[in-house]
Design a protein around this ligand. Structure first.
Ligand SMILES: *[C@@H]1O[C@H](CO)[C@@H](O)[C@H](O)[C@H]1NC(C)=O
Length: 411
């Protein structure tokens, strides 16, 4: 997994949990055999599981840009070209980022009186004009980039950590990540930030949007001491267990404060498990081919759970073809706002699927409009996608799918 999106939208509180690089097959609810995600599995049993839910890109920056704009990466500017112009992705040595002309979900929610916070990795540009507080967020605790490193040098310093406008330290130096043991307290710090933020908003009766974008499952994966060595799946599994535990604590906190029925929570990931980090630091894409950085199912298809007690029928399973871009339109719908009408919005409102079990017809091209792959334009031709009980495949490795799905059509 690459990133967890926990969206909390309250009164509607909206709470988004966005895993980094988490694979479809990483959750017990999706069949992971060691069943080490009891809290996420419970979240699914109390809410709705989406089996056909997709990232907008098999890479973090474009997927996040799509989530927050409701638009395909090819429209919001986070795409690559066959010549590999690197504007798809924003590590610290890339100068690009989210454009002012894009309208982000928190900008719209702010107009409806919401307080918006991002905790964790932003990844839509690190220069001042791209700062989350310039794009609708009221608060930020986290970093502009992934916790790669340590660079420990002048040319590439370690990645900074921010509280709102202020840089408060750097990974490895002030926010320790022990590369040898994998110990870091960051998930605990991000969890505490989330709990404190929710308490503060509840105490002042303030509707909020929380985008909890943690990154412990992105290599180098990390976990705090309490979780290290506890998983059957190695250090990656330790990180998953800590995230699972944290999601459970966030949901329990909402219940304890009496706002769970006013809070819509969605959990998903920004791209599939990174097989390049496997076997020690990569997750599982279940039965699906390949992973992060490919447009195969393993790179794009994500675990997804919607939770909203008292509203979403417990234990629901949806075959709705969904996308992270839908969370933009769905969140607006929850607060009674219309999506912007002056531009193409690709996300659809999932509430009929979530609340009434409807299946909304939509074009496949509408969610798989971009590609990023090591094979350049060839990745476009090897894309595989799933329709209602039917798998369409172009390319090779078809054997891997047989036995998992009822119908296979070669195109
Ligand atoms: C994590 O926090 C504990 C308790 O405060 C501390 O002993 C430990 O050194 C911290 N670990 C890291 C890697 O920062």
């Amino acid at each position: 997994m690459s990133s967890l999106l926990c969206m909390c939208l309250s009164t509607f509180t909206s709470c988004g949990v966005f895993f980094l690089q988490m694979g479809w097959g990483d959750l017990g609810a999706f069949g992971e055999p060691s069943k080490e995600t009891p809290n996420l599995d419970q979240m699914a049993s109390e809410g709705m599981l989406f089996l056909d839910f997709y990232a907008a890109s098999p890479l973090c920056s474009p997927s996040r840009a799509a989530l927050l704009t409701g638009r395909l990466p090819v429209r919001n500017g986070f795409y690559t070209t066959n010549a590999h112009a690197r504007n798809a992705y924003t590590p610290q040595d890339i100068v690009g980022g989210i454009q002012d002309s894009e309208i982000l979900l928190p900008e719209l929610l702010k107009k409806a009186g919401y307080t918006n916070k991002i905790i964790g990795k932003w990844h839509l540009g690190h220069r001042p004009q791209f700062h989350p507080l310039k794009h609708g967020f009221d608060e930020w605790f986290g970093s502009p980039n992934c916790h790669f490193g340590p660079y420990d040098n002048r040319a590439l310093p370690n990645i900074p950590v921010y509280r709102d406008w202020e840089m408060i330290g750097r990974y490895y130096e002030d926010f320790k990540i022990d590369l040898k043991t994998g110990e870091a307290n960051l998930t605990q710090i991000y969890l505490q930030e989330a709990l404190d933020f929710i308490s503060k908003q509840q105490a002042s009766q303030q509707p909020f949007f929380l985008y909890w974008a943690i990154d412990a499952t992105h290599a180098p994966v990390y976990a705090s001491k309490h979780f290290l060595g506890t998983s059957q799946r190695g250090r990656y599994g330790d990180a998953v267990r800590e995230i699972d535990d944290s999601v459970g604590k966030i949901l329990k906190h909402l219940q304890k404060l009496g706002i769970s029925e006013n809070t819509f929570v969605f959990f998903t990931s920004d791209n599939g498990a990174a097989l390049i980090s496997a076997p020690k630091q990569g997750g599982s894409n279940g039965p699906f081919l390949c992973g992060k950085q490919t447009t195969f199912e393993g790179g794009m298809r994500e675990p997804a759970i919607a939770w909203w007690p008292g509203h979403i029928p417990a234990g629901g399973v949806s075959r709705q073809l969904g996308s992270v871009m839908d969370l933009f339109t769905t969140s607006l719908s929850l607060v009674g706002l219309q999506p912007p009408s002056d531009r193409q919005i690709d996300g659809i409102d999932l509430l009929p699927a979530i609340l009434q079990g409807k299946l909304i017809d939509r074009g496949l091209a509408g969610i798989l409009g971009t590609a990023y792959g090591n094979k350049g334009d060839k990745s476009l031709r090897t894309v595989a996608w799933v329709g209602e009980n039917t798998l369409f495949i172009t390319g090779k490795n078809i054997q891997e799918y047989i036995g998992w799905l009822q119908n296979i059509i070669l195109v």
